[in-house]
Ligand binder design. Structure first.
Ligand code: HEC
Length: 130
């Protein structure tokens, strides 16, 4: 094996090693995140977290937390989730959640049109198979 061949083999092995290590770490992180999030899928949790969960979570005040608490989403019964899905969909479509007062002080936490769509479709899917 000439020196050039040797280095090209070494180079390829290095690329493969780097690719497989990064694939493992990306995969590993994703698994950890999916396991530790209260609402699945991750994309929905990422929408709820800044826009809804300041109030609707274990960290929120009594009133919103009692209306819907996304921290304990998986502990609701399927009937409760079915009813909440209808209610969440209605609030989001009307644009009444998050509340205006919250948006005045946290404009960056507003839902954009795409996020409204995501939530509406998620609620639809919950209503199909709660
Ligand atoms: C600033 C705090 C706050 C944020 C942020 C917020 N809410 Fe609310 N939400 C409330 C409060 C307070 C109530 C209770 C209103 C009442 O009982 O009159 C409520 C009620 C609700 C209800 C029950 C409505 C009903 O009439 O039964 C739903 C569903 C809801 N919120 C969904 C959401 C969703 C989805 C988001 C995010 C897109 C969100 N909320 C963001 C404060 C918040």
């Amino acid at each position: 094996m000439g020196a050039n061949n040797f280095f090209s083999v070494l180079g390829k092995a290095g690329v493969i090693l780097v690719l497989s290590v990064s694939a493992v770490s990306v995969f590993g992180q994703d698994v950890v995140k999916q396991d530790s999030i209260p609402v699945k899928p991750l994309a929905i949790y990422q929408v709820l977290k800044p826009s809804c969960m300041p109030c609707h979570s274990n960290e929120g005040r009594d009133k919103p937390r009692n209306a819907v608490n996304f921290s304990i989403w998986e502990q609701y019964t399927s009937t409760e989730r079915l009813m909440l899905a209808g209610s969440i969909q209605k609030e989001v479509q009307k644009g009444s959640m998050p509340p205006k007062g919250f948006l005045n002080s946290h404009p960056a936490n507003a839902l954009n049109a795409e996020q409204v769509n995501q939530l509406v479709q998620w609620c639809d899917s919950l209503k199909m198979k709660p």
